[in-house]
Ligand binder design. Structure first.
Ligand SMILES: NC(=O)c1ccc[n+]([C@@H]2O[C@H](COP(=O)([O-])OP(=O)(O)OC[C@H]3O[C@@H](n4cnc5c(N)ncnc54)[C@H](O)[C@@H]3O)[C@@H](O)[C@H]2O)c1
Ligand SMILES: [Zn+2]
Length: 365
């Protein structure tokens, strides 16, 4: 749905690429503090060499930057710099910068083009693709936003060299998710090359990143506004994950860590409800066993949590009675569906408890 370009360096010939896509060489470049420090000088030099006029913006590297106050401040800087409709915005960073940049681009002067230059594994394979852009509200995450497709997604896996291992595993959760929901061969590939990919070895890293990006783009193309249940399958493991993230106040657990735990729960649930056979369950679990967590994290953020409290927090609001949980389950490895029927609380609790046993069986660091 968007043009996705992968390569190293992906910024080579940027001016011509922008022209092909009907964009000017007038660009607002949004970084967070980390991406500015790591890649800013080099990128801005490239823009200068390519004849760009640019305005640079930097936000703190934290989730709190996805806020209305941050956006408001940046609008002001852009207005003062005479940025108008003829400009575009290049977002250089992880999902925080991508979501904030997309939000600003969607709203500034009623919308200017956004180009995503993702620098985390999660952003390269998930958040930069699909056009969902949002900021957070004190009452909930990602509640205020738009569908604003990027004009271009520029993926360069070499940026991952500076990414901390914890962030690599967090992104890897979404990568493995694509195998589970859409492509059994890809899942086998990830199983076989898990170590090489998490150690950023080529050609496996680029292969995994590209394939994930294309699966996401394909799903989004077929169900842009989440109307026929397909885009919802991207939320495999996420119903459980959201409860865990909420309990961790969106701070103590990375999204992908919550999704890894959530996928274990969802595998058990798929099996217990009679959809996924035992061999596939075991195979799925053996892949998820490869994920690493910081010392003590699983215990604090999952094993020690009362399963009933986790279940309560999986509901998106407090009025649990008139709400039902939506689960994405697997029929087989490589095929997911959104379950329409209500799932009995007992079944969800059983899946959580089995997952706790699964994780306590492994080394707890
Ligand atoms: N729009 C969507 O469809 C979508 C999908 C999934 C997640 N998200 C959003 O994405 C956000 C999470 O994104 P994220 O996991 O990329 O987190 P992030 O943007 O906070 O980045 C994680 C950390 O890595 C740093 N970093 C980025 N690139 C780096 C590099 N190359 N080297 C070293 N450090 C680097 C960042 O500065 C930050 O400290 C959340 O806000 C989530 O809601 C959006
Ligand atoms: Zn996710």
């Amino acid at each position: 749905m968007s043009t996705i370009i992968a390569g190293t360096p992906v910024t080579a010939g940027l001016g011509a690429l922008f022209a092909t896509h009907g964009m000017t060489k007038k660009t607002v470049v949004l970084f967070d503090e980390h991406t500015r420090k790591l890649y800013g000088d080099e990128l801005l030099r490239t823009l200068t060499n390519e004849g760009f006029q640019y305005k640079e913006l930097v936000v703190p590297a934290r989730e709190a930057s996805k806020s209305f106050s941050a956006a408001y401040r940046l609008y002001g800087t852009m207005i003062e710099a005479d940025v108008d409709r003829s400009w575009n915005l290049l977002a250089v960073g992880g999902g925080v910068v991508g979501d904030l940049g997309g939000f600003i681009a969607a709203s500034y002067y009623r919308g200017i083009p956004v180009i995503q230059l993702p620098t985390t594994l999660l952003a390269m394979t998930d958040s930069s693709i699909g056009g969902k852009v949002a900021i957070n509200h004190p009452l909930g995450k990602n509640l205020i936003g738009f569908f604003h497709l990027p004009e271009l997604v520029l993926i360069d896996p070499s940026y991952l060299k500076t990414l901390p291992e914890r962030e690599i595993y967090s992104g890897m959760a979404e990568v493995v998710k694509y195998g589970f929901i859409a492509d059994e061969d890809f899942l086998s590939f990830l199983d076989l090359h898990f170590k090489a990919i998490t150690e950023l070895q080529e050609p496996w890293l680029t292969e995994a990143v590209k394939k994930s990006a294309f699966i996401k783009d394909d799903v989004v193309t077929k169900d842009f506004r989440e109307e026929n249940g397909l885009r919802a399958t991207l939320n495999f493991g996420h119903t459980f994950a959201h409860g865990l993230e909420k309990l961790a106040e969106y701070r103590h657990l990375r999204h992908g860590e919550a999704v890894t735990i959530g996928m274990v729960c969802a595998l058990f649930l798929s099996h217990n409800l009679g959809y996924l056979d035992t061999v596939s369950l075991e195979r799925g679990l053996s892949i998820l066993k490869k994920f690493r967590f910081p010392k003590g994290l699983l215990k604090r953020r999952f094993l020690d949590i009362d399963s009933n409290i986790l279940l309560e927090n999986m509901f998106s609001d407090k009025k649990k009675l008139d709400k039902k949980l939506r689960f994405v389950l697997l029929k087989t490895l490589g095929e997911a569906f959104l379950l329409e029927e209500n799932v009995d609380d007992k079944q969800a609790l059983k899946a959580i408890d089995e997952s706790k046993t699964f994780f306590s069986g492994k080394r707890l660091h």
